[in-house]
Design a protein around this ligand. Structure first.
Ligand SMILES: [Fe+2]
Length: 315
């Protein structure tokens, strides 16, 4: 339950605010002054603070300053209640890190909206930070795998960029694009099961080696299955070697039976492989790579996606 610390020396106003916010389903912790509020803050770690400014014992400024100096108080949303007639020091409150003002007298919707807006914003920021942190971890992990395969240096970063560009051009939604970023970075994570000697081999692979190599999509998918925030990226890992005509692996899916995540990644993965040096071939130009994609429309690749890729790559 979302916890709100309410600080106000006017007991009637405190009760009114408490009942307004309780109806909205928040858990309220009232305090009549800054000093009690600070003790309560440390004890309950609220999700948001609404505080009066002029109060006995410890005023709102002092409370805000003290809250901001605790580890859990650095980012907690903090709202000031202020009478318009009070000549409050707005710049002081700003420099102390207040998030919003609510001017007295206010009505119920004003209070509820201010609280809700701050909590929503906080949640968005947290979500973004968590995602960014996950992404960093995933990049580190993928880089470890990449170092085992020196011929593909920079491949992940390029694939990620190309994949993002293509997804934007295809008008994919934000949520899908977030997952795509993880998928593009992790698509070859299953290569951890392939011995370095095979990865680094310059000649053609023998049958045993191919068998190993062809297991990397499923191996990668198994690795992600148990990770809540990465499970959505499995289609990228599992289907990026499926070909449009059904000759790919691991499932041999055909056409639009191949999830679009796999179809998109197959194009950018192949394009980058063709246009950079690999043990078994030297690189071709971007133009030649594009021609190669076009030649393989409807053979290996989703024809419509190839067209969009070719059209937008030059920009
Ligand atoms: Fe792969």
């Amino acid at each position: 339950m979302t916890k709100i610390l309410l600080v106000e020396d006017d007991t009637l106003l405190l009760e009114v605010m408490r009942s307004i916010l309780e109806v909205e389903g928040y858990e309220l912790f009232p305090a009549p002054n800054g000093k009690q509020a600070l003790d309560l803050f440390v004890a309950i770690k609220p999700d948001l603070v609404v505080s009066d400014i002029m109060m006995p014992e410890m005023d709102g400024y002092e409370l805000l300053e003290s809250v901001r100096s605790t580890p859990q108080g650095v980012t907690v949303p903090f709202l000031f209640l202020s009478a318009r007639t009070e000549r409050n020091d707005v710049s002081r409150a700003r420099s102390l890190g207040v998030d919003d003002y609510l001017f007295k007298p206010f009505d119920a919707p004003e209070l509820v909206n201010a609280v809700r807006a701050r909590l929503d914003r906080r949640r968005q920021v947290e979500l973004f930070d968590t995602r960014a942190a996950h992404l960093q971890t995933v990049i580190m992990l993928a880089n470890v795998i990449e170092t085992r395969d020196p011929y593909t240096a920079g491949h992940l970063e390029r694939v990620r960029r190309l994949a993002l560009n293509l997804a934007f051009a295809l008008n994919w939604g934000n949520e899908d694009i977030t997952v795509l970023e993880f998928g593009a970075i992790l698509h070859d994570i299953g290569k951890i099961i392939v011995p370095s000697l095979v990865l680094k081999k310059t000649g053609p692979l023998d049958e045993e080696e191919w068998k190993l190599m062809r297991q990397h999509p499923e191996a990668g998918a198994r690795m992600l299955e148990g990770v809540d925030h990465l499970r959505a990226a499995i289609p990228y890992v599992l289907y990026h070697h499926e070909w449009w005509n059904g000759s790919g692996y691991p499932r041999g899916l055909k056409g639009e039976d191949i999830p679009r995540e796999g179809r998109l990644l197959a194009i950018v993965d192949a394009f980058d492989a063709m246009t950079t040096n690999r043990p078994y071939h030297s690189s071709m130009s971007a133009d030649a790579g594009m021609d190669e994609l076009k030649r393989n429309r409807s053979i290996y690749f989703d024809p419509e996606m190839v067209d969009v890729f070719v059209r937008t790559y030059r920009r």
